[in-house]
Write a protein that binds this ligand. Structure first.
Ligand SMILES: NC(=O)c1ccc[n+]([C@@H]2O[C@H](COP(=O)([O-])OP(=O)(O)OC[C@H]3O[C@@H](n4cnc5c(N)ncnc54)[C@H](OP(=O)(O)O)[C@@H]3O)[C@@H](O)[C@H]2O)c1
Length: 296
């Protein structure tokens, strides 16, 4: 194990200002670690830093917007300036968007790729080589049970979580025998602001499925990561859902998910990590023109 003397190992949690990321930061702090908390909201970061200190860890905060092209470079510089190295990376930043892909704002949908896929990959690929050189640490990526199927009416979100699972599982295999672990945690619905912000809370699917606490998910995720697991699916309901997805043919599964996630009466659908109403206001999403319905 090689650790340069002047640098201390840190757990870096991206998406730490609330929800699952904040809960994981608290669990990691229980190991008396230095924890670097990364997100946009200064208030959320300050609250997470208090959690970390109360749990026995040392907290560092960095306000960072993952939409910025140089985000991962800025994080790397922050660590260097504070005499830290990224020993464990937790990628928890992410957002979703419910609604028909042809009706949702394109920029908000492409933003899902920027945060859930591009930023996650950039950070993972930036910090993994150092971990491999040192022969320790790893990456804990937040996937979802959405990563086991396609999801009509939440198409890009499901696709992004399929990416996270596939990417993480492949890295887990590539890095076997290096001492570095890559784990994907794939929860079902969790009681966080994610549900309201994405509009998922208004869909029947998310009303049917039981919701887990972020603290429970964080403990399971961390324990799975520390014991070298490739994939962690926390809770019985999520495990059952993953099983159902594996056995149902797409011809049955896709109409079912599409129906359970279809647009509710509320026409306002938005994402990009903004509050639902702040983002869309009272804008109505108009149905696309359908030439088959044109009368001559
Ligand atoms: N909640 C669920 O039901 C559920 C289920 C399965 C998987 N997941 C996944 O779990 C992860 C965490 O979700 P959550 O439930 O904890 O959601 P959340 O409560 O909305 O938290 C999302 C976190 O991501 C950060 N973030 C979002 N956009 C960002 C950006 N552009 N730059 C920097 N940080 C950004 C937010 O911080 P700021 O807004 O302060 O920047 C916040 O800390 C996500 O990847 C989500 O897809 C959630």
């Amino acid at each position: 194990m090689i650790l340069q003397d002047k640098f201390r190992p840190a757990v870096v949690v991206v998406g730490a200002s609330r929800g699952i990321g904040r809960a994981i930061a608290k669990v990691a702090a229980g190991e008396r670690s230095a924890v670097v908390l990364v997100a946009r909201s200064p208030e959320g970061l300050a609250a997470a830093a208090t959690d970390v200190r109360e749990a026995g860890g040392e907290a560092f905060t960095l306000e960072l917007d993952l939409f910025a092209g140089d985000a991962s470079e800025r994080l790397e510089n922050f660590l260097y300036t504070n005499g830290l190295i990224c020993d464990v990376l937790v990628n928890s930043a992410g957002y979703g968007l419910r609604g028909p892909a042809t009706a949702l704002p394109i920029d908000d949908q492409l933003g899902i790729i920027d945060v859930n896929i591009r930023a996650l990959s950039d950070l993972t690929l930036r910090f993994l080589p150092g971990m491999v050189r040192r022969g320790r640490g790893g990456v804990l990526n937040l996937g979802s049970i959405a990563g086991f199927t396609s999801g009509p009416n939440m198409a890009l979100y499901y696709a992004s979580k399929n990416f996270v699972r596939s990417f993480s599982e492949a890295l887990h295999h590539e890095l076997r025998r290096t001492g570095v672990i890559v784990t994907c945690v794939a929860p079902g619905p969790v009681s966080t602001e994610f549900l309201e912000r994405s509009g998922a809370d208004r869909a029947a699917l998310f009303k049917i499925l039981p919701k887990l606490d972020a603290e429970y998910v964080a403990k399971r995720a961390w324990r799975g990561f520390r014991s070298g697991r490739r994939l962690v699916v926390p809770g019985i309901s999520a495990k059952l859902a993953a099983l159902v997805i594996a056995f149902l043919p797409s011809a049955v599964l896709l109409p079912l998910i599409g129906r359970l996630q279809r647009r509710s009466k509320d026409p306002c659908l938005c994402g990009s990590g903004k509050k639902y109403v702040e983002c869309c206001g009272a804008r109505q999403i108009q149905p696309r023109h359908d030439p088959r319905q044109t009368t001559h």
